[in-house]
Design a protein around this ligand. Structure first.
Ligand SMILES: [Zn+2]
Length: 257
């Protein structure tokens, strides 16, 4: 089985020291492509370095995660633009809105998100979106900015089954993480059954959200647990889920490669 991990943070210092061994384990489990999402100005260069080292496996994404909006420098947007010029294959992410963040506030998030979405749309770069408890605001901004023609994904889905259809109408796909392996996640499971096969993606979100039978830190090789659970819930084979999600993610994130 060939697997595409559509969202991970290999640059995170909880796993970065070990990335060679971690990528070997991922490869042994069939994970041959990983979207490595930057989250703030400090980690973009580390993501770029990983991509240069593993250009066949890693697809870089650069963006400002809502957690880090409060610490932006004056030149953040210019730095981001320069990186996209340097890396024509890079996606825009991780970007979005999060109303559960306590220490960074919410006020600046919509503006920072909107600017990055506008960039993605005008340059037709795929997006990786983060959203927690801010679904109406995200949908409102998408209605204004639009979504890139090449599409994008809402990662680690935590929305309602109804919201799945709203995001799909916006030309976005839906990605599930290890949280779907948790038997109490009834909302996630209802959502999972609403996603058409051509819009389904999977991800580790490493080093966070390990599948229920695994410990922290999470890593891409654990994606096999998530695939297995999704196959069981959708009542299809693991091979079918692996192939669908690999092809869907490749169409979105590798069309320029
Ligand atoms: Zn993430």
């Amino acid at each position: 089985m060939k697997l595409f991990d559509s969202h991970a943070h290999l640059q995170d210092n909880r796993i970065y020291n070990n990335y060679t061994a971690l990528l070997e384990r991922a490869q042994m489990c069939g994970v041959s492509r990983i979207l490595c999402c930057g989250s703030n100005e400090e980690d973009w260069e580390i993501v770029a370095g990983l991509y240069k080292k593993y250009p066949d496996c890693i697809i870089p994404a650069f963006g400002v995660h809502p957690f880090y909006v409060h610490s932006l420098s004056k030149n953040w947007f210019e730095t981001l633009n320069n990186l996209f010029t340097l890396y024509p294959d890079a996606a825009v992410g991780e970007i979005g809105l999060d109303k559960l963040v306590k220490d960074s506030g919410y006020q600046r998030q919509p503006d920072v998100f909107r600017r990055q979405m506008e960039y993605a749309v005008s340059h037709n770069r795929p997006v990786s979106l983060h959203c927690r408890n801010a679904w109406c605001d995200v949908a409102d901004i998408l209605s204004v900015t639009g979504v890139p023609e090449c599409g994008g994904v809402v990662h680690s889905w935590s929305g309602s089954a109804e919201m799945v259809h709203v995001m799909i109408k916006h030309n976005l796909s839906i990605s599930f993480s290890g949280s779907i392996t948790n038997d109490n996640n009834r909302k996630g499971r209802r959502s999972l059954l609403e996603v058409p096969p051509e819009k389904l993606l999977v991800e580790s979100d490493a080093p966070d959200i390990p599948p229920s039978q695994r410990n922290f830190p999470n890593e891409p090789s654990y994606l096999v647990d998530t695939i297995k659970k999704i196959a069981e819930l959708r009542m299809v084979s693991e091979e079918e889920i692996a192939e669908q999600t690999f092809n869907n993610a490749s169409r979105i994130f590798c069309s320029r490669i």
